[in-house]
Design a protein around this ligand. Structure first.
Ligand SMILES: [Zn+2]
Length: 73
């Protein structure tokens, strides 16, 4: 996956606003300061089974972009 594809994939499940990540499937939100906690999905949320932290995924997107920058120079 390219960094851009990773980012688009992230945005298909999550949105980021004012330091909060929101799950697009169930509408649950989590502040960045609570990123070490389990994401508060509703029990019926379709994303919860992936058991992924949106903050962790976002870090991976950021690192993917950074490694692209590094290989350019
Ligand atoms: Zn959810």
């Amino acid at each position: 996956m390219t960094p851009l594809e990773r980012m688009l994939s992230w945005h298909s499940n999550w949105s980021l606003n004012d330091g909060y990540v929101k799950c697009k499937a169930c509408g649950a939100m989590q502040a960045e300061s609570a990123k070490e906690n389990k994401f508060p999905h509703t029990e019926t949320c379709s994303v919860v089974r992936l058991n992924q932290s949106p903050w962790q995924l976002l870090d991976e997107v950021r690192m993917a972009f950074e490694s692209t920058e590094n290989t350019k120079s």
